[in-house]
Design a protein around this ligand. Structure first.
Ligand SMILES: Cc1cc2nc3c(=O)[nH]c(=O)nc-3n(C[C@H](O)[C@H](O)[C@H](O)COP(=O)(O)OP(=O)(O)OC[C@H]3O[C@@H](n4cnc5c(N)ncnc54)[C@H](O)[C@@H]3O)c2cc1C
Ligand SMILES: NC(=O)c1ccc[n+]([C@@H]2O[C@H](COP(=O)([O-])OP(=O)(O)OC[C@H]3O[C@@H](n4cnc5c(N)ncnc54)[C@H](OP(=O)(O)O)[C@@H]3O)[C@@H](O)[C@H]2O)c1
Length: 452
């Protein structure tokens, strides 16, 4: 059984792990468009969350298996098509993540100074496709729309001091800009109430532990409507009471410390971003909450207020992108599937599977992808006897094809050499690594090491 896995984020690696443990004779090859593996573990997880990144050790052990291959620097859909992959593999799993973002669809969304969290996160993490983005941090007031964990990450990165960040793997270009930041007030704004906020307890606690920033929540923001009280008591809201309690501690705090303040606002939706050539303010509509517990919706009251700000970060969720020749549900931003089997017009496409964020949408932590990928691999194992075998079951033929296209395929061993060079670069400045921020620089580092 030969399986190609497109994408080497958590879902790709968990799929490879699950395949090699499935009790079948299998070769699982991961194809990754960048010369480096790990997806959002490298380019999403916040630099001040280094411990979380140690999950890569598990992925390294998967990659070390003799029947797991890594084809880095290969953009599927550009360097090799799905039809071509099918010539070499009995099954293909798309685990390509969600590279784009949801839109607010409000006037002014694209004004200079209004950015997506996706861009900002990828920029501070040194993603090659985003390293040239420009963020004008000479502004004093920044607004972050959304109250998921990504929104909290963005707020923290805007509020942390250089000292808190300089020992992390933050990209140096971002650290330099953040060092000059004049942002003093950050507003994190949610359309529903504190009980419906998506952030995790650990994340909301962390905003109270920053060196130079005080979180502020006005008491009125935490007055709960009957439905929120009811939702709080619901078994599915376990832990939410602790989040509300932490917010109440912030609200009761009379001591404002540090140069920065992080204001948490609820029940407000952005309706317009205004400014003359650059963001100057954001118009927010106050909401009331309607619906049953766990199905609460924000409904506009018609009452608006303008908040002066020079920067807006829209953190309202990621979004998958279509791949050439692969079915795509444009409304949901996912590859349509039934338990991991890709479907087109409701029919199963034989031999084509999906896992992770591109399968189920952009939600869940790293660990959530493990059972998700296991489900997909379970479907492959069930389908095994019915799959049409590929024409050319040879790994070297895939390489030959990519070589004729002048694609410099990066093996896992190559990546480990790039990795070592990054760690070495970081050592000089006391960072766990200094990332190379272009594929060219990664390949150059590789040539330099190979030449030695
Ligand atoms: C900003 C942010 C911070 C997060 N922080 C945490 C955290 O602290 N803790 C936690 O548990 N979870 C965190 N998560 C969630 C976690 O990162 C995701 O659950 C997980 O990464 C999703 O895995 P995936 O493999 O589906 O997608 P991804 O991690 O996005 O991996 C997809 C991979 O596919 C590759 N790819 C895309 N297109 C192609 C193509 N055409 N050809 C070849 N390769 C391709 C991409 O380059 C990428 O490497 C965070 C998410 C975000 C957005
Ligand atoms: N430390 C960690 O473990 C960590 C860190 C980062 C990310 N992650 C995970 O990665 C996943 C993605 O995180 P995320 O923060 O991008 O997504 P998310 O958890 O889905 O949060 C999205 C936020 O945007 C809001 N929103 C959506 N559409 C909106 C609109 N039109 N107007 C106003 N607000 C809108 C949502 O509000 P509603 O609730 O009202 O829809 C919600 O507050 C999550 O599962 C998250 O837990 C984990």
């Amino acid at each position: 059984m030969r399986v190609a896995i497109v994408g080497s984020g958590p879902s790709g690696f968990y799929a490879a792990e699950s395949l090699v443990k499935a009790g079948i004779e299998v070769q699982a090859d991961l194809f990754e468009k960048l010369p480096c593996p790990f997806g959002l573990v490298r380019y999403g997880v916040a630099p001040d969350h280094q411990k979380i990144k140690s999950v890569t050790k598990i992925f390294e052990r998967v990659a070390a298996r003799p029947n797991v291959g890594f084809f880095g620097n290969v953009n599927v859909g550009v360097d090799i098509s799905l039809a071509e992959l099918r010539r070499f593999y009995d099954a293909v799993i798309f685990a390509s993540g969600a590279d784009s973002d949801r839109r607010l669809n409000i006037p002014g969304e694209d004004l200079p100074g209004s950015h997506t969290a996706t861009e900002f996160v990828a920029w501070y993490n040194g993603h090659p496709e985003f390293r040239d983005r420009v963020f004008d941090l000479s502004q004093e007031v920044a607004v972050v729309i959304g109250q998921g964990n990504v929104a909290v990450d963005v707020c923290r990165m805007l509020c942390r001091t250089v000292d808190e960040l300089k020992g992390t793997d933050i990209a140096q270009h971002a650290l330099d800009v953040l060092a000059e930041s004049r942002v003093r007030e950050v507003y994190m704004i949610g359309r529903r109430g504190p009980v419906q906020a998506k952030f995790a307890q650990i994340e909301i606690k962390e905003i109270g532990e920053m060196a130079d920033c005080t979180p502020l929540v006005a008491p009125a923001e935490l007055e709960l409507e009957a439905v929120s009280e009811e939702e709080l008591r619901h078994p599915e809201s376990a832990g939410m009471d602790r989040i509300v309690a932490i917010l109440r501690e912030y609200s009761a705090n009379q001591r404002v410390q540090g140069r920065r303040r992080l204001h948490v606002l609820f029940r407000r939706s952005p309706v317009e971003i205004r400014g003359n050539g650059h963001v100057e303010n954001i118009v927010l509509e106050k909401n009331r909450l309607e619906g049953a517990p766990l199905q609460v919706k924000a409904v506009g009251t018609g009452q608006t207020e303008a908040l002066d700000c020079g920067l807006v970060f829209r953190s309202v969720g990621y979004r998958g992108l279509p791949l050439p020749g692969v079915p795509f549900d444009a409304r949901a931003g996912v590859i349509p599937n039934s338990g991991g089997r890709v479907t087109e017009d409701g029919k199963i496409v034989p031999g084509v599977y999906t896992a992770g964020w591109i399968k189920r949408g952009p939600s869940g932590t790293i660990g959530t992808n493990k059972p998700d990928s296991q489900q997909t691999v379970g479907a492959i194992v069930q389908d095994l006897s019915g799959l049409t075998p590929c024409e050319n079951p040879s790994g070297s033929s895939v390489l030959d094809l990519l070589n004729t296209r002048r694609v410099r395929v990066v093996s896992f061993g190559d990546w480990q050499r790039i990795d070592a060079a990054e760690v070495e670069r970081g050592r000089v400045s006391g960072k766990p690594r200094e990332k190379f921020v272009t594929p060219g620089a990664m390949l150059e580092a590789l040539s330099a090491v190979t030449a030695r």
